[in-house]
Design a protein. Structure first.
Length: 228
């Protein structure tokens, strides 16, 4: 286990925050992995998994987290003061780039955008020429996490495509509507596509099931099993 010191925090939307931590430069991880944060409240020790939300950068990790709203952990970890120190265990997980040379579809929902942000940015920094498409679901315009960042990336990176879809959009929204699962069939003809998915267990299962039924090989479908 290593110690991390909170350097920066900013609210992304609602109860979702982006936290940046300083860690020892010896702490190594792959894009898309997660850490387990150790925190003690009133004598009880908690171990909480959070996905790394940044490309590999020595001595630094970033997390996209949903603030706890109830119970003994209410306000954690977003309410921590800058300079706060926590223990980090890991890294863990197999949600990492598997086929960097292949065109890829990233399907995200909620804070599931965190590890996908890590993978996409890392691939682009490494000069990947694969076509990378991000299909992200949110409730409304204000709930699109990292929206300005994705839009800037799309303008500046010809290999990156940003496709947000909203379940409860305003009347002025001209983009995609509905849940991400409704927009998957248009990608079925891309038979060599690598498909990364991260979000609610129900969303991940529906995405996996649709691509499996469409004839995609299991090795093309990449997702995390946090319970294993």
């Amino acid at each position: 286990m290593v110690e991390g010191r909170l350097l920066e925090k900013r609210r992304l939307a609602g109860s979702v925050w982006h936290l940046r931590w300083e860690v020892p430069s010896s702490f190594q991880y792959d894009p898309g992995q997660f850490v387990v944060v150790h925190h003690t409240v009133e004598g009880k020790a908690w171990r909480l998994p959070y996905s790394i939300a940044c490309p590999v950068q020595p001595g630094m990790i970033e997390l996209c987290v949903r603030c706890m709203e109830e119970g003994p952990l209410a306000g954690f970890p977003c309410g921590l003061e800058l300079g706060a120190v926590l223990g980090f265990e890991g890294p863990f997980g197999l949600f990492v780039p598997r086929h960097p040379e292949r065109d890829a579809l990233f399907v995200a929902q909620g804070t599931g955008i965190g590890p996908i942000r890590s993978i996409v940015q890392d691939l682009l920094r490494r000069g990947s020429e694969a076509q990378l498409t991000l299909l992200v679901g949110a409730r409304d315009e204000a709930s699109i996490l990292y929206r300005k960042e994705w839009e800037a990336l799309e303008r500046n990176e010809p290999h990156f495509h940003f496709l947000p879809t909203l379940s409860q959009p305003s009347g002025s929204w001209t983009g995609r509507r509905g849940y991400v699962q409704q927009h998957l069939p248009e990608f079925f003809p891309q038979r060599e596509l690598a498909v990364y998915m991260c979000g609610s267990p129900q969303m991940v299962e529906e995405v996996r099931s649709q691509f499996t039924a469409a004839g995609f090989d299991g090795h093309q479908l990449i997702y995390e099993r946090y319970g294993e």
